[in-house]
Design a protein. Sequence first.
Length: 404
Amino acid sequence: MNTARLRYLALVLVVALVAASALACDIGGGPTKPTITITAPTSDAQFEEGQGVNVLSSANDAKGVTRVELLVDGELYRTDSSPSAEGEKSLAMAQTWTAADPGMHTISVIAYNVDGAASEPWAVTIEVVGGGGVVTPPTPTSQGAPPAATNTPPPPGATATTPPPPEATATTPPPPEDTPEPELPDLVLDGLSINPRDPDWGESIEVAVGVLNDGTAPSEPYSVLFRYGSGDFDVCEWNQPALPPRNGGTLRCTVEHVYVTFNTEATVDWRGAVDESNEDNNGRELAMAVGTAPPDLVVDGLSINPSDPDWGESVQVAVGIINMGSSAAGPHSILFRYGSGDFDVCEWNQPSLPAGDGGTLRCTVDHVYVSYTTEATVDWRDAVDESNEDNNSRRLAMEVGPAP
């Protein structure tokens, strides 16, 4: 073989290698596109107007699918991203469209990968019927099931406007999930006790109030109140920090000197600061019977006649007494005197005095000579235990005329 022919064959081989290399670059060097298929609903499915249409799709891409667009009649309805910014090689997506405008509608989805490359759209055609219309199941087609979720392109004929509908399968859209109830606290007044339960009149009591958060979330700061009666009676109030769920405790206080029989009441969150799941279990009542009040002996009148006697004249004394308590007074003494020395006095010894009862005691003091303030005192020997020991005396000035 001559040299010219060898050179020609070498040149042809080089050209062929260059062309093959260019063709290989053209075939394998271009960007890849993701693939996507709709698994539900199927074509020809019917939905009532206002019903939620759950569109389930499966997208794949070796570099990672970053988002899926849902289009209705060619208009973008919503876009949903993958859980990670790098995308997912296999991404299952659930998107919901609220059925509107009775008639036929085309629902399509498009997937995008990390390079921004878009898949060919996959579309199904559904029918929306008016409210109260009859919804019939979709009619299966003769075409086979949609392709499995792989990196292969959609089946021939799938275009941006009219992809081939997949065959109806047993897969049905999942029912809408119930909206979970919000987690809220629930402050409960779960205990109330008084010790002693039936106190004596004027006795102090020890109060214990139980509080529990029976809800599913921590509470805000709250207040607890204990009181008895409807007037300005002694109360206990506690300002408490936030209370965790399924947690609680006992609050204690002392109420001194109870005098009146009333129902006691304890209330948690009585200012209404906490939004609770149940507002009807915040209070509890407990009856408290207070013993009978002791007697209360009072000097309710004192008079002297004449009020301004002459020097050496005699005077008539009248002392009024009453038992203002709610129980009878036992034996007691009443004393009238004037001056601080050994002046004439009147003393009466009484066997008893019923509750609410009273009367007037009288005596004569002969020959008064000195001007002094007179004084009458009931139970002056302190023989009776009274509810009030500060109203047992009364005074009256007596002016005696000058000596002759």
